[in-house]
Design a binder for this molecule. Structure first.
Ligand code: NAP
Length: 495
């Protein structure tokens, strides 16, 4: 690499969710001020901005589901509700001075590499020039609504959980919920007590691990943690260490995996006494294979007399409800789609064009693929935070995103020092990383024979199969040998 003069990079961050907030704070902490965070929504928080369905809770303890740089001692609950998590994100944005960098209600429609810079186009026609683009676009942001025959004929109310409409009332109604993932379970648990009738349509039953999710965090705990920040830090470190153990539970067979799986089976046996209902709720795959559902109230809710579990496949939607293949008509006032997301879109559907006109759709024709979750061959000076293979099913996403953000700032520091104009990961390094991922997926629980949203269309598993120590090692120090560099004096690749 040749050295030229020092300069400040202009950076466009796409997305102001958990990953976007993290990269924003870490950029500021590293002294980078020339950055804009472009966000499609009207507020920050990503999934916590878009999801407002009744019962929305985070099934990760809040003392872990937070940023390491913004410890919050006084969560009201051990597993906080969505609105408290969302308030926390807004507070962090304010506390760290990110508001001035935000451009809300702005969809990025295109990002094109015009060597050596990027041109980022917004829906209103504005074009932002940038030295670097950081895609912090998240994973679960494009709601999926199945194209069931007759879908548009229903005359009652319809909503997808990820686009909840606050005008909808649910008390005293006959409600259909389609889906049995984490969202379906939370929404059924929340709405059952006041519904006239709630019918859950389940295509594949899920294991539901019991946890006391409605437990309050005692005020005294909050006061103690505020008073003794070192104690709070210790608690965070212990929970982080615990999440490391959980990663091990899902990545390889062990007595710990067995223990968690036995607990899931026990949760079902202990809470569902009715043998026929228990049979219908019993999955035919191992616990933890799909994204594990955690709830302290679901089995109680689905056992109540106003609740019904329907496992017969849906054949069509009619003007008055849902018809199943056994010929039954389920008449309802409201249909709730808890049917998940298109999870492998990442920054798409925007037009993303890298070096030599390479589009992201062509680069990812065989599925999303990156080097260590963050760099994509053919896309110089572009990084992702929580990109392909991020640990959505194991390690804390905040931990992964903070590590990745620090890794990216290493490259920004070197750009600032004038060491290069563009940096691009090599195809060879990306292939080697992805080969290692494929090998490591072998003994994971996700690979034990279930159909989950973790699978791409090409049947690869889009998760992190390694432990936390490996993640830390791979993202602590950029390895120059895995990258190509250009400078303006000499546009050749100079490793
Ligand atoms: P999901 O896990 O993808 O579940 C979608 C559900 O819809 C599945 O039960 C699926 O059945 C069903 N479905 C899809 N198409 C259908 C059709 N045509 N007919 C009948 N059923 C259909 O989505 P999600 O529950 O929204 O959760 C997505 C992820 O968000 C979770 O896995 C988790 O990572 C995250 N999340 C986290 C929390 C939290 O507390 N931290 C809360 C909510 C969500 P099949 O299983 O048969 O495909």
């Amino acid at each position: 690499m040749t050295t030229s003069q020092r300069r400040e990079p202009t950076i466009v961050v796409i997305g102001a969710g958990v990953a976007g907030i993290i990269i924003g704070v870490i950029l500021k902490q590293a002294g980078f001020e020339d950055f804009t965070i472009v966000e499609n929504g009207s507020g920050v928080g990503g999934v916590w901005h878009w999801n407002r369905y009744p019962g929305l809770t985070c099934d990760v303890p809040s003392q872990l589901y937070q940023f390491s740089f913004a410890p919050k001692p006084d969560w009201s609950r051990v597993w906080a509700f969505g609105d408290e998590i969302q308030r926390y994100h807004c507070d962090v944005v304010h506390q760290f001075g990110l508001s001035a960098h935000l451009r809300l209600n702005s969809e990025v429609t295109a990002a094109v590499f015009t060597d050596p810079r990027w041109e980022v186009t917004l829906a209103d026609g504005t074009v932002l020039a940038a030295d670097f683009v950081i895609a912090a676009t998240g994973v679960l942001h494009h709601p999926f609504t199945p194209d069931i025959p007759g879908r548009d004929t229903f005359t009652g109310e319809v909503v997808h959980t990820a686009r909840w409409d606050d005008a909808i009332t649910t008390a005293g109604k006959r409600i259909a919920v389609i889906g049995s993932g984490s969202t379906g379970v939370q929404v059924v648990s929340a709405l059952q007590p006041k519904a006239t009738k709630i019918v859950q349509f389940t295509r594949t039953p899920q294991w539901v691990l019991w946890a006391p999710m409605d437990m309050r965090q005692p005020r005294l705990v909050g006061r103690l943690l505020s008073r003794f920040p070192a104690l709070h830090r210790q608690l965070y470190d212990i929970l982080l260490w615990g999440s490391g153990i959980f990663a091990d539970v899902v990545t390889r067979p062990s007595w710990r995996r067995q223990l968690v799986q036995d607990s899931a089976r026990w949760s079902l046996r202990a809470q569902i006494r009715d043998a026929a209902l228990r049979r219908e709720l019993t999955p035919d795959y191992q616990p933890l294979c799909k994204r594990q559902v955690v709830s302290g109230s679901y089995y109680r809710a689905i056992s109540q007399s106003n609740a019904e579990l329907v496992t017969a496949p849906i054949s069509e939607i009619t003007p008055t409800g849902i018809r199943t293949t056994d010929g039954r008509d389920h008449e309802v006032d409201l249909i709730i789609y808890a049917t998940g997301f298109y999870p492998h879109n990442y920054m798409r559907p925007m037009t993303l064009i890298g070096r030599d006109g390479l589009s992201i759709d062509d680069a990812w024709a065989k599925g999303p693929r990156a080097y260590r979750m963050t760099a994509i061959p053919g896309f110089p000076n572009l990084f992702t935070v929580l990109g392909p293979n991020s640990p959505t099913g194991s390690i804390s996403p905040q931990y992964a995103a903070e590590l990745t953000a620090l890794y990216i700032t290493e490259w920004l520091q070197r750009f600032r020092a004038g060491e290069f104009d563009t940096v691009e990961v090599t195809e060879e390094a990306t292939t080697a990383f992805n080969d290692a991922v494929t090998d490591a997926m072998g003994p994971t629980v996700w690979n034990t024979g279930c159909n989950s949203w973790y699978f791409t269309e090409q049947q690869t598993i889009d998760l992190w199969p390694f432990d936390r120590a490996t993640m830390t090692a791979l993202l602590t120090e950029p390895d120059e040998r895995d990258y190509l560099f250009t400078t303006h004096e000499k546009a050749d690749a100079t490793p």
